[in-house]
Write a protein that binds this ligand. Structure first.
Ligand SMILES: [Mg+2]
Length: 490
């Protein structure tokens, strides 16, 4: 199987991806800081689900008529799919985002073809027209996944892109951009969409590490700087609104109109009405960035504005929600939004999104910092270099215990933690040499632990020496046997 980097290179070479290969692809974001609280990652994904759930009962209505009907929406609206209870239910935004995460968990990596297949498996609520066309392409089963996406500058890839950061938290390699580009083009193979996705993922990555809300300018600049290097099509035109004369790229449109709106201090409602706020990126993108510029420091207000002041309010709410969630964490949201969120990704899997987040933490962040494993793996591989014995990838991903039989070695291993430091213990036996019992600490330090003594050692033929040696030998092995039993080693 070709890896994702090779797939993307091939798609660039053969012009099958609508995107410029910008400098971003050569800039690894770098590992997340060691003290990143996973609460921020949860906030990002829950914010997405919350924005979607608050908006999806009134999706597509014009803000003024929605307000006339519901007043200001600050809580889940009674939902007929939940016995008319005010419960947060998902639509396509949440479903596709968490199905992407689900596949990455199953395979321990992002596999675009598998995600494409997953999108086609269950019913999607409130499905958009582009995703519908992608699904009918894919279901034909005659063209590869990368030819099934539509050239569409809708916001349907952007709404589900946030989970792409999760498998990369530990290492922060440039594969983050590769995976994001491939993920985006599954449904929308359009440079404005894929550029927006890459730009937004870059933004999320930075938001996860920020100590406090950035300046208003930061949102606009961060989006524009990344997107301008990636977008290729400069023929986008507004569908209506106050800027009908424009023709060009999405990033330039956003840059031009937002600067002015912000200077005039327009309300989010007036501003979003002026450029329209539907699913088209020329409308959704300025709406997202403007709401974040105005309310990024207040996660509740940011989502409430997205849900009330825009037309495609569930998706704009989901995108804004992911951003403020990454910045403020799960703790930043009102508890009523979390306790009344069903956590579904299908019609009947309540709580599923919480399960997926829990497994994600264990796989890709775990107790404190997954990077501990980089050092542990390196030392282990060096230790057994002569025999080419390595820790199985599965063990590294899950920290499950296991056993390796190779080159006549039997190596049993387990992961553990003492205070806040992680370690790997292994017990290795080989018929031709002494047993080894070793602890590798997360900083790479190695400590020998007691192993079975193979033979009796004593200095002379004096009976008392021999007796003492025999006694010590038995005691030693008895002790080792108990230690190993406690660890579950045989
Ligand atoms: Mg939706």
């Amino acid at each position: 199987m070709r890896d994702n980097g090779q797939i993307l290179d091939h798609l660039f070479e053969t012009n099958q991806i609508d995107l410029a290969r910008g400098a971003l692809f050569d800039m690894p974001p770098g590992p997340m800081p060691r003290d990143l609280d996973f609460d921020r990652v949860e906030g990002m994904m829950l914010g997405l689900a919350i924005g979607d759930a608050l908006g999806c009962t009134s999706e597509g209505q014009l803000p003024n008529s929605r307000r006339a009907r519901y007043g200001e929406i600050r809580d889940y609206v009674p939902n007929r799919y939940a016995g008319n209870e005010p419960v947060g239910l998902p639509s396509d935004d949440t479903q596709l985002a968490f199905w992407t995460l689900e596949q990455m968990i199953e395979d321990r990596r992002f596999d675009p073809d598998r995600v494409a297949a997953r999108f086609c498996r269950d019913q999607i609520f409130g499905i958009g027209s582009t995703v519908r066309r992608f699904i009918s392409n894919y279901k034909l089963g005659v063209i590869p996944w990368y030819e099934c996406g539509i050239k569409s500058a809708g916001n349907g890839a952007l709404m589900r892109i946030a989970p792409m950061v999760i498998p990369h938290l530990q290492l922060g390699t440039a594969d983050l951009w590769v995976d994001t580009a491939l993920s985006a083009m599954i449904t929308h193979n359009d440079s404005a969409s894929t550029a927006a996705c890459l730009s937004f993922v870059n933004m999320l990555w930075q938001l996860l590490t920020l100590d406090g809300p950035p300046e208003a300018d930061w949102w606009l600049q961060t989006y524009v700087e990344t997107a301008k290097d990636l977008e290729v099509n400069d023929k986008y035109r507004p569908r209506g609104g106050a800027f009908c004369d424009y023709q060009g790229t999405v990033w330039r449109f956003v840059e031009e109109i937002l600067g002015e709106a912000y200077q005039r201090n327009l309300s989010t409602l007036d501003a979003c009405n002026s450029w329209y706020s539907g699913a088209y990126l020329l409308e959704a993108m300025p709406s997202v960035i403007y709401i974040l510029m105005q309310h990024g420091s207040d996660p509740e207000e940011a989502i409430v504005r997205a849900v009330n002041d825009t037309k495609d309010n569930d998706t704009i709410g989901a995108i804004v929600g992911a951003a403020v969630g990454a910045l403020h964490g799960r703790r930043g949201f009102p508890s009523r939004w979390i306790s009344r969120l069903s956590g579904r990704t299908t019609a009947r899997d309540d709580g599923r999104i919480y399960e997926l987040l829990e497994v994600s933490e264990r796989l890709w962040w775990h107790w404190s910092n997954g990077r501990a494993l980089v050092e542990i793996t390196r030392v282990f591989t060096e230790y057994f270099a002569n025999w080419s014995i390595e820790l199985p990838e599965e063990a590294i991903a899950t920290r499950n215990r296991g056993e390796i039989r190779k080159a006549r070695w039997i190596v049993q291993y387990l992961f553990g933690r003492e205070a806040s430091r992680e370690y790997l213990d292994f017990y290795a036996s080989h018929r031709m040499t002494n047993d080894r019992h070793v602890r590798i600490w997360e900083d790479g330090q190695v400590k020998s632990l007691e192993s079975y003594q193979e033979m009796l050692i004593y200095k002379s033929e004096k009976p008392e020496d021999k007796e003492r040696a025999e006694h010590e030998y038995r005691e030693h092995n008895q002790r080792v046997s108990e230690i190993l039993k406690k660890k579950g080693f045989r």
